[in-house]
Structures are given as structure tokens and as C-alpha cells.
Design a protein around this ligand. Structure first.
Ligand code: CP3
Length: 351
């Protein structure tokens, strides 16, 4: 076959998978981080049926319905499992709750002397409703739409466990300096548990996975290597050792000047690019031919109209010339209007 020519098998594969494998398509595939969520009235309706957010995540029927909702409205190129990165600490024995309108709450590790966690293999056994959801979602999905599984990056999940809540990460960083042995052991447990968690999702039918390392910002280079790069490397190496071959998208939000390190050394297949990072910077940071995903400003999606059109066209132009998956630079916000999402998908698909 001549270079650039595609076999029928290759061109019949979903656009997302082709792009992850390094092909540059004439139109980028599109999906949206947090595409199932509160900006959709039908999501708010089913969400109100569950007692709390984690019960919702642990209900395979509700999780399946949440995944399908955005796909009924918009011709998106991928579905993403409905769950949360914090089911992992919950399964490790650090009970997680979600306070309405405020966010996640855990009992903070930094206030405890002796840190103990459930065995990772047992923790993922507790997460069987998540894998059952993946099976159900795959049965319900059009086979042409790939399903993305996910987990949190070890450091991002650790910050919630350390502080017991989101917000400024100062207390987590202080713990990383003050209790290095404990924090490194925690990161190892999270790398192992998340590797098992992703492997189970793939066994259940996920076609690729994304690691949300949403709190990669504000770190010195040595801390970035220790808290982000090494644990992510360990997670991906373990996933490969478990026999998982699907593409891995890494999303180190806020990595800034450390993006090259992450792109070159972590073992990711593709790089999620956050809102602040120029496409040219990400392209230069990544190995040649690596797919980049991003990075429309979620606020442009809230504003809509000509602003949205201008910004979306700029994203496509800036990422053209290499494999690109259209997405936002961070999750969609509850204020975004579904009509704006419809207009965006239409524009990206060339309508
Ligand atoms: O993308 C998707 O559609 C899949 C589902 C998904 C959720 N959370 C559902 C959710 C994914 C991929 C996540 C990832 C996640 N969760 C991250 C990383 C991505 C990012 O946005 O940075 C983080 C940091 C979390 C932790 C988390 N979960 C927080 C801080 C909150 C509260 C803040 C908020 O947005 O409400 C959640 C709750 C949550 N996770 C909701 C959803 C739809 C909203 C809860 C609700 O419906 O009541």
C-alpha cells in the first residue's frame, strides 16, 4: 500500500481512534469533557432521582442513561463513561461525599498520623458497578461511537484525599514536602489502583482511556517530576504490564512549562491541552505525530454566537497540520447552553 493510502479496515474505524493512532483527518473528531452534566435539563432530571452523587455513579442504569443523553442531542464522536475520579478514594476506604453546591468532601489525611488504605485489588472489586455500567453502555451505544474510560491522575486524586476538599492546593504541597515518605506511598497506591481500575474498564469494553491530572499547576520542576510525572509513568507502565493496549490520553491541566516532560516521558499516547496553552506550544512539546486534544475556552461556549464561532475556528486552524481531537480546554460548565453545544458540533463537523 502506498504511503498515505488507507486500508478499508483503517478508514472504517472511528475518527477518534484513527486520530489517536496518529492520522490527521480533514475534520477533527469532537467530544466534550463533562459532556454528560448539569448543563442538560434531562441530566438534572435523572440526577434528582438519586439520593446523592455517588449513588448515581454506582447505579449502572442511571450512569448508562447519563452517557447516552448528550449523544441523543449531538452527533459527538465519542462517549465517556459517567463516573467520577473520586470513586477510587471511596473504594480505598476514604469515604467520599458530595456537598450540594460545594463539591467533594473526605476526611483529610493531613490531620491523621497513620495512613492506611484498602488493598488496591480489593478496592477495584468494590467498583464492580462501574464496570457493569461500562458493559451496559457498550451494549446501548451505536458501535461506531467509541467509549472513553477514565481515572484521575494520582496527584489530583491525592490532593482531595490529603486536604479533604478542593480549593487551593497549598496544604497538599506542604504535605508533599513535610511527609515525603507518606505522600509517595499514597501516590504509589493511587497509581496501582487507577491502573487496575482502567484495566477493568477496558476489559468491560472501553475503547481508550483518559487520565485527568487536573491539578498539575503550580509545581516546581522537581515536584512536577515527583508528584505528576513519576506516578503517571508508573500508572501507564502498570497498565501496559496488565496487557492493556488501548490509547491513553493524558490531560495534565496547568502543567505549563513542564508540558514537554509530561508529553515526552509519561508514556501517554495523546496529549490533552488546557485552555491557557497555545497549540503551537503543545505541538512543540509533544513527540512528532502525537495527537493533541483541546482546547476551546469553556467560557466561549457559555457566550455562544459569533464569539463561539470565531474561537472554535481559531482552535481548528491552530491545531491543523497534525492529529487533532476537538475538545474544550477544561470541562463544560453548568451555565453553557445546549444550543451552543449544538452549534459548536455543527461547526466542527463542517455544517
Ligand atoms: O466527562 C464526563 O461527562 C464524565 C463524567 C465525569 C465527572 N467527573 C462527573 C461529575 C468526569 C470525567 C469527572 C472528572 C472529575 N471529577 C475531575 C477531573 C476533571 C476536571 O473537571 O478537572 C475532578 C477534579 C473531579 C472531582 C469532582 N467531581 C468535583 C471537584 C466535583 C464537584 C464540582 C462540580 O463540578 O460539581 C465533582 C462532581 C461531578 N462529577 C459532577 C459531575 C457531572 C457534578 C455533580 C452533580 O451532578 O451533582
Amino acid at each position: 500500500m502506498a504511503p498515505g493510502e488507507q486500508s478499508a479496515e483503517q478508514s472504517s474505524r472511528p475518527a477518534l481512534i484513527r486520530t489517536l493512532n496518529g492520522e490527521t483527518l480533514s475534520r477533527p473528531p469532537i467530544w466534550i469533557m463533562r459532556q454528560a452534566g448539569r448543563y442538560l435539563p434531562e441530566y438534572r432530571e435523572i440526577r434528582s432521582r438519586a439520593r446523592n452523587f455517588l449513588d448515581f455513579c454506582y447505579s449502572p442504569a442511571l450512569a448508562t442513561e447519563a452517557v447516552l443523553q448528550p449523544l441523543r442531542r449531538f452527533p459527538l464522536d465519542a462517549a465517556i463513561l459517567f463516573s467520577d475520579i473520586l470513586v477510587v478514594p471511596d473504594a480505598l476506604g476514604r469515604a467520599v461525599s458530595f456537598v450540594e453546591g460545594e463539591g467533594p468532601r473526605l476526611s483529610p489525611l493531613i490531620e491523621e498520623d497513620d495512613w492506611r488504605f484498602e488493598d488496591p485489588a480489593k478496592a477495584v472489586q468494590r467498583l464492580s458497578p462501574v464496570y457493569e455500567a461500562v458493559e451496559r453502555i457498550k451494549e446501548a451505544l451505536d458501535p461506531s461511537v467509541p467509549l472513553i474510560g477514565f481515572c484521575g491522575g494520582p496527584w489530583t486524586v491525592a490532593t482531595y484525599m490529603l486536604q479533604g476538599e478542593g480549593g487551593e492546593k497549598d496544604r497538599s504541597r506542604r504535605a508533599a514536602y513535610a511527609r515525603p515518605g507518606d505522600v509517595d506511598a499514597l501516590l504509589s497506591v493511587l497509581a496501582e489502583t487507577n491502573a487496575l481500575h482502567l484495566s477493568k474498564q477496558v476489559q468491560a469494553g472501553a475503547d481508550c482511556v483518559q487520565i485527568f491530572e487536573s491539578w498539575s499547576e503550580g509545581l516546581t520542576e522537581p515536584l512536577f517530576r515527583r508528584l505528576i510525572l513519576e506516578p503517571t509513568k508508573k500508572l501507564i507502565a502498570r497498565l501496559r504490564a496488565l496487557g492493556v493496549t488501548v490509547p491513553v490520553i493524558g490531560f495534565p491541566r496547568g502543567a505549563g512549562p513542564h508540558l514537554t516532560l509530561f508529553a515526552q516521558e509519561s508514556g501517554v499516547t495523546a496529549l490533552g491541552v488546557d485552555t491557557q496553552t497555545p497549540a503551537s506550544y503543545a505541538r512543540a512539546a509533544a513527540p512528532a505525530g502525537m495527537a493533541l486534544q483541546g482546547n476551546l475556552d469553556p467560557q466561549a461556549l457559555v457566550v455562544g454566537g459569533e464569539v463561539l464561532e470565531r474561537e472554535a475556528r481559531a482552535v481548528m486552524a491552530d491545531f491543523a497540520g497534525g492529529p487533532h481531537i476537538f475538545n474544550l480546554g477544561h470541562g463544560i460548565t453548568p451555565e453553557a447552553k445546549p444550543e451552543h453545544v449544538a452549534a459548536l458540533v455543527k461547526l466542527v463537523k463542517g455544517g
